[in-house]
Design a binder for this molecule. Structure first.
Ligand code: TZP
Ligand code: MG
Length: 201
């Protein structure tokens, strides 16, 4: 699986920001919003799904199985310890993505059997976007975990263009970013530049 640039939304993300990431060439979108209600998130996912589908880009819902199911999203992404992945897979059925965030290699156990299709490894660097994050792994630490992963992995946490060559060479399927796109003055141009860096790395 090659994802390239995986855009994870900030809280309160407007549709325009997701449109910009899609226009810039993001390969996967994760709707992550710790502040929205389930109804708001479901409505937003329903609005965004046709745009994502038109570009062949999977739209993944963070944390909320009910929202993923109600919206018909392409998958769910959960944190380690946020529930039983096997139960999430049973509820999602086959054919949709099930992502899992992990912070250490101990958490790789049992992965394919649980129906997980993608793991997010991080944080690579400290980041203000996730205030309660675990100790940063650094690119080498994240890569060591990725090498042991039985499923494709993306790196996350404080990532920018400078990290891309190392992470791509380490075998990651992509890099997941919030602020490198969401806080850029021109999110579409920022996405396009990251995608270009990924392609040429
Ligand atoms: N999980 C680990 S770090 C992180 C998440 C959701 C936030 C990444 O945001 P940013 O702005 O790309 O550092
Ligand atoms: Mg979570």
């Amino acid at each position: 699986m090659s994802i390239g640039i995986y855009f994870v939304t900030p809280d309160g993300c407007d549709d325009a920001l997701v449109r910009a990431a899609l226009a810039g060439g993001a390969g996967m979108i994760q709707l992550r919003d710790k502040t929205a209600t389930d109804a708001e998130m479901t409505a937003q996912a329903r609005r965004l799904l046709p745009l994502c589908k038109a570009g062949g880009v999977p739209l993944i819902v963070n944390d909320r199985l009910d929202v993923a199911l109600a919206s018909g999203a392409d998958g769910l992404h959960m944190g380690h310890g946020d529930g039983d992945p096997a139960r999430m897979r049973a509820a999602l059925g086959p054919g949709r993505h099930l992502g899992l965030s992990i912070e250490m290699s101990d958490q790789l156990g049992g992965m394919p059997a649980q129906g997980i299709t993608l793991i997010g490894i991080g944080p690579v660097h400290a980041t203000a976007t996730k205030p309660d994050h675990a100790a940063p792994l650094g690119p080498d630490g994240a890569a060591r975990i990725a090498r042991r992963s039985p499923v494709p992995a993306v790196a996350i946490g404080g990532l920018s263009a400078t990290d891309i060559p190392t992470l791509k060479r380490a075998g990651f399927a992509g890099v997941a970013v919030v602020s490198a796109i969401a806080s850029a003055p021109d999110p579409e141009a920022a996405t396009r530049a990251l995608v270009q860096d990924w392609r040429t790395a």
